[in-house]
Every structure is written in C-alpha cells, then in structure tokens.
Design a protein around this ligand. Structure first.
Ligand SMILES: [Fe+2]
Length: 238
C-alpha cells in the first residue's frame, strides 16, 4: 500500500532546512561559550593572599584581614569587572586601566576600583610574618643615603601615614635614583606620577579600625616594627 504524504511529516527540503537551522544554533551556542570563556579569561581576579589570614597576628588579626581582603579587596575586583564590561577597558591590564583613567574625572569610578585592586595587592606583599627589623644591606645603604638612617625613613613613613587626612596610603618610592616617602589620598598611586612604589601602608580606616579603632599611629608603628617587608622593597628597587 502506497503511503501518501499527509502533510504532517517534513518533506526533504523541510528536513534540510531543519538540519541547517540546528547546525546554526549549535554554532551560535558554541560561539557564545567561547565568548564567555574568553571574557572570563580577561576578567580581573582577586590575587591570593601571600600568607594565611592569621599570619600577621597579633599585629593584624585574621578577623581584620578577613574583612579587608575578603570584602574590601574582593569588592574592588567585582566592581571593576562590572564597570569595564563592554567598554574600551575590557581585557586591559590593571596598569593600563590605571594609567588610562588617571586624572580623568569622567573615569574616576573605574580608576578608583582599578587602583584599589593594585594598591591592596601591593600592600599585602609589603608585609610579612616576622617582618620589620633591619633592612637588607643594599636597601639600608639606599635609605641612609636618602634619609640619613633607617629610623629616619621609618619616621617619615609613619609621619606621612599619620598626616594623611582621611583615607589614603603612605609609600616608600624610588624617584629617579633617590628614595622618597610620599602619601596619596583615597585610591591614588605613585605609578601615575612616574615614581616607582617600593612598599606601602594602607591607612584607610578599614585597614586598622577592627584592631586599633582610632589609633592609626599605633597600627602604623606596629606594622613598621613587626611586619614591614623590607625584602619586598629591595626587590622592587632593583
Ligand atoms: Fe584597604
């Protein structure tokens, strides 16, 4: 018995169209997946802490680091990824975003979040468990040449930290061949003024308030005496 095409089964051209459409859908989904993978690969990520959250105790507690790193630093990363998505800054390195947005009021929010990621990553490396003490000889010589003594350099760092009105950072930098201490407000970073950062101390209240409340000077002096990573500064000066 001959079967008749009743119109309920697809004809050959219809099947061909269906297959072509299906292949197109698969290709489209594959492209979307590739785009998502590429986008994820170019997103900024929260760098791991160079030590355990409790490694800096008792000077800075794990509770304080937990909030500072896990909430504040992570928040800047999450914000930046949202801010640059689909913009000319998507896929650019942090340094390129920072230098490309510095001094541009209309890009201030992007600058702030990018610079705060960079500053915090640099800050964590500026400290270590059982830090402080005598700097390596090569750094000590540079400090003596620029400040007169190691203590004078530490006093300048502490003074810059104490005198920064509101939020900011105290930095040891290399300006040409000379060491200097500078302070910056909010998210500002010496990178944008041609100076080379060697180490930094975060003096935003979120850096010390859980452990020291309003005693910023006590926090700064404890960091300089017991945590500061002179070896990191020397690596950056080389
Ligand atoms: Fe901070």
């Amino acid at each position: 018995m001959n079967k008749r095409n009743t119109g309920t089964s697809p004809t050959v051209p219809a099947r061909r169209s269906f297959l072509i459409a299906s292949a197109g859908t698969v290709a489209c989904l594959a492209m979307r997946s590739l785009f998502r993978i590429a986008h994820a690969a170019s997103s900024h990520v929260l760098p791991p802490l160079p030590y355990a959250e409790n490694a800096l105790e008792p000077v800075i507690t794990a509770n304080s680091i937990g909030f500072h790193y896990g909430k504040h630093h992570k928040g800047y990363v999450d914000n930046l990824n949202k801010l640059v998505s689909g913009t000319e800054y998507a896929g650019l390195s942090l340094e390129k975003i920072i230098t490309g947005t510095a001094g541009r009021p209309e890009k201030k929010v992007i600058f702030n979040n990018a610079a705060q990621i960079w500053n915090h990553t640099f800050y964590w490396k500026s400290m270590r468990a059982k830090g402080g003490g005598e700097p390596p000889a090569a750094l000590k010589q540079k400090m003596e040449a620029s400040f007169g003594s190691v203590d004078a350099c530490k006093k300048e760092l502490a003074s810059a930290a104490a005198s920064q009105f509101g939020s900011g950072w105290s930095w040891l930098v290399l300006d040409g061949s000379k060491l200097k201490v500078v302070k910056t407000a909010n998210a500002d970073v010496p990178l944008t003024t041609g100076m080379k950062p060697l180490l930094t101390i975060d003096v935003w209240e979120h850096a010390y308030y859980l452990d020291y409340q309003n005693r910023r000077a006590d926090y700064v002096n404890a960091v300089l005496d017991k945590l500061i990573n002179w070896e990191f500064a020397l690596q950056n000066a080389s």
